[in-house]
Each structure stands twice: as C-alpha cells, then as structure tokens.
Design a protein around this ligand. Structure first.
Ligand SMILES: Cc1cc2nc3c(=O)[nH]c(=O)nc-3n(C[C@H](O)[C@H](O)[C@H](O)COP(=O)(O)O)c2cc1C
Length: 150
C-alpha cells in the first residue's frame, strides 16, 4: 500500500488559558482516530505554532489532513512536504508529542535553536527535531511516558 509522509505547520488559535486542556483533547482524538486509520506521526508545538508529521496510506493521510485543516483551533496551515515514503519514522506512535515545554526548549537549544520556526527548519529540520524529541520520550521509563504511545 502506498505510504505518504506529510509535514505542515500552522498558527495556534487557542486562548492561552485553555492551552494544555485543549491540546490534550486534540491528542486524545488524534490517537483514537489515527490508531483506527493506520496513521502515525509526531506533533510539535509551542505557545504560537503547531508543526505535525502525518504518515500512513496516501489517501488516508489526505483525508486526515483535510479534516485537520478545517479545525478552528489553528489556522494558516503551510504544507511543507507531502512525499511517498518507504518506511515510517514513528511506527509505534499514533501521534507522539512532547507536552513538556522545558524539555522541548532543552532539545531545541542543544540543536542551536531558540524559537520554533518551521519555515526556517523545513521538512527535514522538523523531522529531525521530532525524532530527537521522540528519542527522549522513548528513553523515559515506560511508566513515565506520555500516554501518546500506542
Ligand atoms: C494541530 C492539530 C493537529 C491535529 N491532529 C490530528 C490527527 O493527527 N488526527 C486526527 O484524527 N485529528 C487531529 N486533529 C483534530 C481534528 O482536527 C478533528 O478535531 C478530529 O479529527 C475530529 O475527531 P472526532 O470526530 O473523532 O472528534 C488535530 C487538530 C489540530 C488543531
């Protein structure tokens, strides 16, 4: 079955005081739907931006991206890349994410980044950052991992 990896970023439209609760509910829906649909990936965010990698069967990735694009909790989506892919980068994650901003800042600063700027990072940079965050998450003891792993 043809596999696609899609990478985009968007502007958050969530009131700051609702941040954590809303993101948790986005992740809960993502994990539920993506596990059903054979989608895997990783989501990165800060207080202004979302960046997300979706991988899965080509038509299903398109459908999922269309649905996500209509979500009023973000806007101004910019598609960085949509390409055929032989293997998945996040095979065990229906939708991984790092919910700890301190940890993300730490991983970013080790990579010489002060702010999350997907337009500068490009698709390879977003993937590299997501993989570094993912590796941190995998290194955590299972009981301490985010409930985003399948
Ligand atoms: C930044 C962002 C990322 C999202 N990622 C996903 C995703 O990977 N999968 C998904 O099904 N929904 C995702 N959503 C949520 C969808 O827009 C939509 O609310 C959800 O799929 C509806 O699911 P439901 O009908 O089961 O409630 C995302 C939303 C936002 C704002």
């Amino acid at each position: 079955m043809p596999l696609t990896r899609l990478t985009y970023y968007s502007t958050r439209k969530i009131p700051p005081q609702e941040g954590f609760r809303t993101i948790k509910s986005i992740l809960d829906a993502s994990i539920r739907n993506n596990a059903r649909d054979g989608i895997t990936g990783y989501m990165i965010f800060d207080d202004r931006i979302f960046a997300q990698i979706l991988e899965g069967e080509t038509a299903v990735v398109s459908r999922t991206y269309d649905r996500i694009g209509a979500d009023p909790r973000h806007g101004d989506l910019v598609l960085l890349e949509r390409r055929p892919q032989a293997t998945r980068a996040f095979p065990n994650w229906a939708m991984g994410a790092t919910l700890f901003l301190d940890e993300m800042k730490d991983v970013m600063s080790k990579r010489g980044m002060t702010t999350l700027d997907p337009s500068k990072l490009g698709p390879a940079g977003v993937l590299g950052l997501a993989q570094a965050l993912h590796a941190r998450e995998q290194a955590r003891k299972p009981a301490q991992r985010m409930p985003t792993a399948r």
